[in-house]
Design a binder for this molecule. Structure first.
Ligand SMILES: NC(=O)c1ccc[n+]([C@@H]2O[C@H](COP(=O)([O-])OP(=O)(O)OC[C@H]3O[C@@H](n4cnc5c(N)ncnc54)[C@H](OP(=O)(O)O)[C@@H]3O)[C@@H](O)[C@H]2O)c1
Length: 259
């Protein structure tokens, strides 16, 4: 571990992928999957122990990763992460996955301003700052891929989740804005919108959703790999003509009307 908090520096000739929120759930599965696809992965989240676990999972499978912890809810820490990535990685990034997410839920009238700001800092401002830092070098080289992990809440509402949903909707719009900005210079930007995915964030409420999950066209709740596979596809050459799209990974939830 260096003084900068990263485990090692760049492997020569690597293609680099930054996966935010890769200390858990969908982000961890995406980081492991992208490493299997040959990327060196920058693992990041707030929890150092879980960041190290993700790196070790990647290394155990023969891949290469470094971990850099940061609180992406704090714009100064996001700028600090940019600096630390530039110190650790020699050359431009090839892939950005804006996946970190979570946060509080409350009715609008009782949502503390801090909760509203935290949601927008994490889901909108952090991706905005990170893309502003790394997409220009991708565009200069004429290649790169960005995936924004949104939520079904960018297209469907639920009471008591306004700050979360509005901030995810902002990220969803960034997919289109960045497609306009960077698409003509070879950078593809897309969204993946997960439905109910069994990750640590909702493992504790799984028992409440049995009937709902069984009623989905897929007949089950999704797992982190279901979403990771969609991200891996979107950054791959197989998706070379897919720009500004949203791939919904929800087991059919939004395709059918409940009867
Ligand atoms: N699971 C679902 O049903 C579902 C549905 C729709 C959308 N999503 C979206 O999918 C993404 C991943 O969710 P998940 O289910 O995999 O949840 P998870 O297991 O709780 O993982 C969330 C990740 O985000 C990171 N994170 C949260 N706040 C952060 C902060 N302030 N700074 C830096 N990192 C932060 C966490 O890292 P640390 O804990 O180490 O900080 C963790 O790695 C999220 O954007 C979520 O909104 C999930």
């Amino acid at each position: 571990m260096s003084e900068n908090g990263h485990s090692e520096t760049s492997a020569p000739g690597s293609s680099w992928a930054l996966v935010t929120g890769s200390t858990s759930g969908i982000g961890r599965a995406t980081a492991v999957g992208l490493a299997q696809d040959g990327y060196s992965v920058i693992v990041t989240g707030r929890d150092r122990d879980r960041a190290v676990e993700t790196r070790r999972d990647i290394e155990a499978a023969g891949g290469h990763a470094i971990e850099l912890v940061a609180d992406l809810g704090d714009p100064a820490a996001v700028r600090g992460l940019v600096t630390r990535i530039r110190e650790a990685v020699d050359g431009p990034l090839d892939v950005l996955v804006h996946n970190a997410g979570g946060g509080g839920f409350a009715p609008t009238e009782s949502t503390p301003e801090e909760m509203f700001d935290a949601a927008f800092n994490l889901h909108a401002k952090a991706p905005f700052l990170l893309t502003g830092a790394f997409a220009p070098a991708m565009a200069e080289r004429g290649r790169g891929a960005i995936v924004n992990v949104g939520s079904l809440s960018t297209s469907m509402a639920a009471a008591g989740t306004c700050a979360f949903q509005a901030s995810k909707a902002a990220l969803s719009m960034m997919t289109k804005s960045w497609t306009a900005e960077y698409g003509p210079r070879g950078v593809r930007v897309n969204s993946v919108d997960p439905g109910f995915i069994l990750t640590p964030v909702n493992e504790g409420v799984r028992h409440m959703y049995g009937t709902y999950l069984a009623s989905l066209p897929a007949g089950r709740g999704g797992d982190a790999e279901d979403v990771a596979n969609a991200v891996r596809f979107l950054v791959s050459p197989k998706a070379s003509y897919i720009n500004g799209a949203t791939l919904t990974v929800d087991g059919g939830k939004t395709a059918v009307v409940a009867m």
